[in-house]
Design a protein around this ligand. Structure first.
Ligand SMILES: Nc1ncnc2c1ncn2[C@@H]1O[C@H](COP(=O)(O)OP(=O)(O)OP(=O)(O)O)[C@@H](O)[C@H]1O
Ligand SMILES: [Mg+2]
Length: 482
């Protein structure tokens, strides 16, 4: 690891001396200590030998060892090495490979010096943030949460207690709460702890099945009972005999089906669609909804008698924003599971990133949080999730973070300095073009500049004169000559 007290060190690896020269100028004029390597082989050897630079700028196309290969060697010598790849040929394949082999970023040549500096700043910030994460201690051990429900907040502790109370009987439980709060998780937990745990648990999403099919889905049908019913089919209730049925999104169930569910609850029997036989079933019902069933009862879109039958015990799942103290544990729990399942490599979260996660209101609750943790863990290049790895919508992303004014000023000043460097290349092009056009370089530049100014001014000579800093008459004279 480089010593953080010394000036940040950057290694520039490119076989083009001019690129090395201009990059070194831009970076060293901003206090970076720059070393150069003229080939992939030399760059790899320098990282291997040490001292390890804070950041490497690495060209993709070089004679001998190319940038992608060098990247792999560098990262295997030092897995935490931050590397920015540079290329003039931005094919999909190089971009994909660069990121796949762990590049911090990827830039196109020719580059804007301000962009190079902001990249270096971002990379060094990431470097410092990753070091600051240090020995991260996850707040939970997933083995302690075999239910998969994490939460030490008082509201969640109350939920756990009620789960415990309802497992000993067959009482019907209504679980309410916003989308993604863990309603299905709770239903499964009740089943797992109940005496029915060795029998089936079947979840039926009432909102996902069309009204004309839901009865057949739940109660089965006899052969020939409707077009397409070519064979007899058993429904979920029969298949689940002795077990537990979870009627999810029950607020989306048609009134006709509600009547039949009521009958199962009251009499413990069903009839297949198109059948006459009454079949006894022994099924425990758990139901869930994110709808306001009381309002639906008032509006007569939900049967009142069914409501009372289902709502014997109510578990209200609190929204995640009502239990923000649980967020760090849920994040750690998700991350550790992702790592265990090899879906992600990153198992740590920087404190600032955790603070962003805790602050977000999470309208999609735990499901949304889980998604964000997964996405961020996948794109994080270091060994911890940093603020820049979080989605911009929730307050993450390096682009979203405003640059401090001092840094902005610094980079525009450097842009001017670097523009001077770049003008050398521009002049080379001018001399070459003038030679081809067969005229003098000065005359050539004048013609090009006047033409360009007139084009930018939409042909207005007075406006072009302003751009050029000459009189309108002078513009007109030169335009005639052009
Ligand atoms: N307390 C928790 N700890 C850990 N993971 C949780 C917790 N609550 C929910 N989850 C996870 O969040 C996701 C959503 O949970 P679940 O499907 O149970 O929510 P839901 O309330 O049924 O949502 P919807 O109303 O959208 O169906 C699941 O992947 C679940 O594992
Ligand atoms: Mg659900």
């Amino acid at each position: 690891m480089p010593d953080s007290k010394q000036a940040p060190t950057i290694l520039v690896v490119d076989d083009d001396a001019e690129i090395r020269y201009s990059l070194t100028r831009v970076l060293s004029s901003h206090g970076y200590q720059v070393t150069e390597a003229a080939s992939g082989e030399q760059g790899v050897a320098m990282v291997r030998k040490g001292p390890v630079p804070h950041l490497v700028f690495l060209d993709v196309r070089m004679g001998g060892m190319g940038g992608i290969e060098a990247l792999q060697h560098i990262r295997s010598a030092n897995p935490r090495q931050l590397v920015v790849l540079m290329t003039a040929f931005g094919t999909a394949q190089t971009a994909i490979e660069a990121m796949k082999y762990g590049a911090f970023d990827y830039v196109m040549k020719p580059f804007d010096p301000a962009k190079v500096l902001s990249l270096a700043q971002n990379a060094l910030k990431a470097h410092a943030d990753l070091r600051a994460v240090g020995d991260y201690k996850p707040s939970v051990n997933p083995d302690d949460y075999r239910e998969g429900i994490v939460g030490n907040s008082p509201v969640m502790q109350d939920v756990f207690k009620v789960i415990g109370q309802v497992t000993a009987s067959d009482v019907t439980v209504m679980i309410t709460g916003e989308s993604g709060t863990g309603k299905e998780l709770v239903a499964r937990s009740i089943w797992k702890h109940s005496h029915r745990s060795s029998k089936a648990f079947i979840a039926v999403n009432c909102a996902a099945i069309p009204d004309n099919l839901i009865e057949s889905e739940l109660f089965g049908h006899e052969k020939g009972s409707f077009t397409g019913a070519t064979t007899q089919r058993l429904g979920k209730f029969e298949l689940c005999d002795g077990g537990t049925i979870f009627l999810d999104e029950i607020g989306d169930m048609a009134l006709a089906t509600q009547t039949k569910i009521l009958r199962v609850l009251q009499q413990g029997e069903i009839q297949r669609v198109g059948g006459t036989e009454t079949i006894r079933v022994d099924v425990r019902i758990l139901a869930a909804t994110d709808k306001d069933l009381e309002a639906m009862v008032k509006a007569k879109t939900f049967r009142e008698d069914l409501y009372y039958r289902l709502n014997v015990v109510r578990i209200r799942m609190p929204a995640l924003r009502e239990r923000t103290e649980d967020i760090p544990q849920i994040v750690d729990f998700c991350l550790q599971n992702l790592v265990k399942q090899r879906k992600a490599r990153v198992g740590k979260v920087a404190p600032e990133a955790m603070a962003v996660l805790v602050r977000h209101p999470w309208p999609g609750n735990v499901r949304e949080l889980e998604n964000v943790v997964y996405r961020s863990a996948v794109i994080a290049q270091g060994d911890a999730i940093l603020v820049k790895d979080l989605p911009v919508e929730i307050g993450g992303g390096s682009a979203a973070a405003p640059m401090p004014a001092a840094v902005m000023e610094e980079s525009s000043a450097s842009a001017a300095a670097a523009a001077v460097v770049d003008i050398t290349a521009a002049l080379d092009a001018v001399y070459a073009a003038a030679k081809i056009s067969g005229g003098g370089a000065l005359e050539f530049v004048e013609r090009e500049v006047v033409t360009r100014a007139l084009a930018e001014a939409g042909g207005d000579a007075a406006a072009a004169a302003k751009i050029l800093g000459i009189t309108k008459a002078a513009v007109q004279k030169r335009a005639k000559g052009a």
